[in-house]
Design a protein around this ligand. Structure first.
Ligand SMILES: Nc1ncnc2c1ncn2[C@@H]1O[C@H](COP(=O)(O)OP(=O)(O)OP(=O)(O)O)[C@@H](O)[C@H]1O
Ligand SMILES: [Mg+2]
Length: 275
């Protein structure tokens, strides 16, 4: 059910980051792929961004501008062709980031032969967490995400929204303080999206994580975020940073406020300037 009365607290309001404090940052990150035919594709060019502890940041930009590439690099799946990724101000290698940063990929990639709970604990098990401990942690989040009745269901028997929530639980469980979400609600209908935004904000409040969300949805970015990074078309580079100083807790009604309408206008203008 869509709960339009839900209010969204800022999880870090009692531990607001100090100015300049950074949790994860990309410095002058560029990435060029070499395709199977030897052709080079420049996906990212000189991307610099910094996200503070407990901050909710979004990345928005046209299809193919390198958003998934950026998240893959931040998560340690790929080494950038140039530039560096910092964690807590320290330069890191991809291997040092792998497993410390949670990534929910663009497709949910649930294993069809595992139950919902089995899928959710997969990341923890890889890290050697004993099964009973992993399952207890997952059950906690399943309750929070409205999945308790579906622990034993296999992915084919779950709705699209449920599959996304299972994937979200898996990413949240397997990560340290940073969670990267690649269009987690991309393929869902508007009502399910709205519902899952609510789940995400609830989870964010409870977990106190730093989140970087990739989305194509301007309203979603503004409703959820403290800041929105706007990328140019490929090769993607940061063209604008929009501060979303809307008060928290937020509810869906904020979308009708003059401040929200003005932020939407600024964000759309920044996006259109790229075309
Ligand atoms: N493994 C790869 N090998 C070669 N080229 C790649 C590879 N992965 C991505 N690319 C290319 O890099 C560019 C950026 O891709 P990426 O998936 O990062 O874009 P995106 O912004 O996430 O797009 P979308 O919004 O459609 O998901 C694209 O031109 C894509 O074709
Ligand atoms: Mg992508």
């Amino acid at each position: 059910m869509l709960d339009i009365t839900a209010s969204f607290q800022h999880p870090s309001s009692d531990r607001a980051p100090k100015p300049g404090e950074q949790c994860i940052a990309a410095m002058n990150v560029s990435h060029t792929y070499r395709g199977d035919d030897g052709q080079r594709v420049a996906a990212l060019r000189d991307v610099s961004l910094s996200v503070a502890p407990g901050e909710f940041a979004s990345v928005i930009g046209p299809s193919g501008c390198g958003k998934s590439t950026l998240l893959g690099i931040l998560a340690g799946l790929d080494a950038p062709t140039a530039g560096v990724v910092l964690l807590d101000g320290q330069p890191t290698t991809p291997r040092q980031r792998l497993g410390r940063i949670g990534l929910m990929p663009q497709r949910d990639l649930l294993l069809p032969w595992r139950t919902a709970l089995g899928n959710a604990v997969a990341g923890l098990r890889v890290h050697g967490v004993p099964g009973n401990i992993a399952r207890a942690q997952a059950r906690d989040l399943f309750a929070r995400f409205g999945l308790s009745q579906f622990e034993r269901a296999y992915p084919h028997a779950l709705s699209g929204g449920m599959r996304q929530r299972v994937a979200l639980v898996r990413a949240a469980l397997a990560s340290g303080p940073v969670l990267l979400l690649d269009e987690p609600f991309g393929a869902l209908d508007a009502l399910t999206r709205a519902d899952l935004r609510h789940w995400l904000l609830e989870a964010w409040q409870g977990l106190g994580k730093t989140i970087i969300l990739v989305t194509h949805d301007v309203d979603e970015a503004l409703l959820l975020s403290d800041r929105v990074f706007v990328l140019s078309p490929r090769p993607g580079t940061v063209r604008a940073v929009i501060d979303v100083a809307l008060p928290r807790p937020r509810d869906l009604a904020v979308q009708g406020s003059a401040e929200f309408v003005e932020l939407r206008r600024r964000l759309l203008t920044a996006l259109e300037a790229q075309l």
